[in-house]
Every structure is written in C-alpha cells, then in structure tokens.
Design a protein around this ligand. Sequence first.
Ligand SMILES: Nc1nc2c(c(=O)[nH]1)N[C@H]1C(S)=C(S)[C@@H](COP(=O)(O)O)O[C@H]1N2
Ligand SMILES: [Mo]
Length: 317
Amino acid sequence: MSLIDWNRQCEPELTSESDWMNRRSFIRCAGLFGTAILLGGCFPEVKELEEIDFDLERAQSAGLPGPDQLTPLRKVTAYNNFYEFGTGKEDPASFAHSLVTEPWTVSVEGHCENPGVLDLDQLLEAQTVEERIYRMRCVEGWSMVIPWQGVSLGKVLERFKPLPQAAFVAFETLFDPEMMVGQRYPHLPWPYLEGLRMDEAMHPLTLLATGLYGKDLPNQNGAPLRLVVPWKYGFKGIKSIVAIRFVEKMPPATWANYVPSEYGFFANVNPEVSHPRWSQRMERRLGEIKRRRTLPFNGYGEEVSSLYTGMDLKKWF
Ligand SMILES: Nc1nc2c(c(=O)[nH]1)N[C@H]1C(S)=C(S)[C@@H](COP(=O)(O)O)O[C@H]1N2
Ligand SMILES: [Mo]
C-alpha cells in the first residue's frame, strides 16, 4: 500500500479525542503500513489492540506503566513548553490565543537553488499530509505520545534544491513581542533558534507538523508549523517557524548556546547521559503514575542510530 492510499484510508475526520481513541480502523491501517517506521514501536502489538486495552487496565490498576498509549488531548494542549508565552507549563494555553497564524509566511534562505518567501499554503503545496504517532521526551523528564499531522521535512526541503555546501538546516521562530507576551521578558534570547544536520533533516521520521489529533495545531503547540524530531529531546522541536536556512556550519540553537553545560546541539534522547542536575534514565509519561524507562533514541534507534556511526554519543550530547 502506498503512503497516499494509506493516508486516504486514514483521512482524519475526527473531531474529538474519544472519536480518535475509538477509531480502531485507524490503528489497524497504521498497522498495515508498518509500525516500524510510522509508529516506531508505539503500538508494537497493533493487531491485539483489544488485548492491550485489557492489559492496560490491569497494569494501571497495579500502578505499572503499560504499553504506549496516546496522551489525552487535554494534556497535550494544557501542559506545554513555549517560553514565548511564559515559562510556566500552563502559560502557553493561557496566553497563546493572541498569536495570529493567518497569514503566515516562511522565508527559505541560504545555500539552495530556489530560495524564497512563501506563504504556508505554498510551502506545503504538493505535499502529502501524513499522520504520525510519536513519543515526545522532554529533557526535563516528562513525556507524551502524540498523534501528529504533518509533512516530511525532507520532501519539503528537496523542493528548494539544497546545494552541496548545505551541511545543516537552521530554523527560527517568529519574533513578535506584541503577540508573544513572553518575548517582552529576557528569560531566553529571542528569537528561538534550532538546527539539524542535513542528514537528520532529510530522515523520513523528521516531520514538519501542521496539526495534532486531526485538527490544526493549537497555538500553544506551535501553530501553524513546528518541527518534530522524535528521537531527540523536545526542545529540538522548534515551534511557529518563520525561517528555514541552509547553512554550511552548525547553526546556533537556543538552549545549546544559552546553557552549553546542560544542553547540546544533537540532543539525542539517551538514558546513559545524565543532565548535570538529574538522571535521564526514567521519565514520567503524562497521565501515568509510575515512571517508565527512557529508551535510547527515544525508542527509534533502529531507524536512526546509523546516522551517528562513529560518534561518541556520550560526548555528543
Ligand atoms: N519556539 C519555541 N519552540 C519550542 C519551545 C519554546 O520554548 N519555544 N520549547 C521546546 C520544548 S523544551 C519542548 S519540550 C517542546 C514542547 O512541545 P509541546 O508544548 O507541544 O508539548 O517544544 C519545544 N519547542
Ligand atoms: Mo523540553
């Protein structure tokens, strides 16, 4: 089955989270496409979903984390990191309504044959919107499982014909203190910046997300366009992107530059490398009581570990 057919079959016409949760056909056709890439093992026993539900109930009553389950929509949209709207977890949900996302333009710059300033529709035209269920692990030690909609970043980038000098891709968030109240305060240097090595940007798991749970991205989750790199800590997932730049050298990234002793450019999820102030071995999945083990590359090692052959992953945080 081609990806396009898969998307057609999985067309998200869901309005509520309970629709989504009940939609066994979605889960089943995701299984047809292959859990390895799309779900990255989120639902390892897709066909036995009924059984998983049963086990889950038992596991939860015993206080043990079960298999990965979608994080409820209300948690995905009420507990956020988006410092442009404040440093508290509930600030983005309270203040991000002031962000105007239409019209929205993205400037594509740097070492490529076809640079340009595009509005969002132009940037996304000719792309297939896919559904991806990914784990997201924040460096602070909490995690979620989120059903995203989005387009493959690599396919978007190809259109601009990157030149051989383009070894990295840099991303920039909107700077607009009128709309983004947190930017009136210097708790981070603005604008928020992130970057990927070219091969990471081109990897099929890397997503430019436009929605979640079948709806356009809520402002607090980075509307209208944010990056999702599921094997890296959440801070790599830069929100509300207005610029994409092909560059020669490793570009500045907000957290890695601001606190280099605590955060790195690569930021691959790694339970073996502690943050200077806490261990990364375990995580708290929102909605669960017991903590669960953090997986190397957040569980996507089979797909991505070859990107880092020869790199000392303990050193290259
Ligand atoms: N522009 C911008 N992007 C950002 C952040 C931010 O503060 N500003 N926070 C990052 C962090 S630390 C995390 S964990 C994720 C959180 O994404 P979520 O709120 O959608 O769960 O967004 C990342 N992207
Ligand atoms: Mo984070």
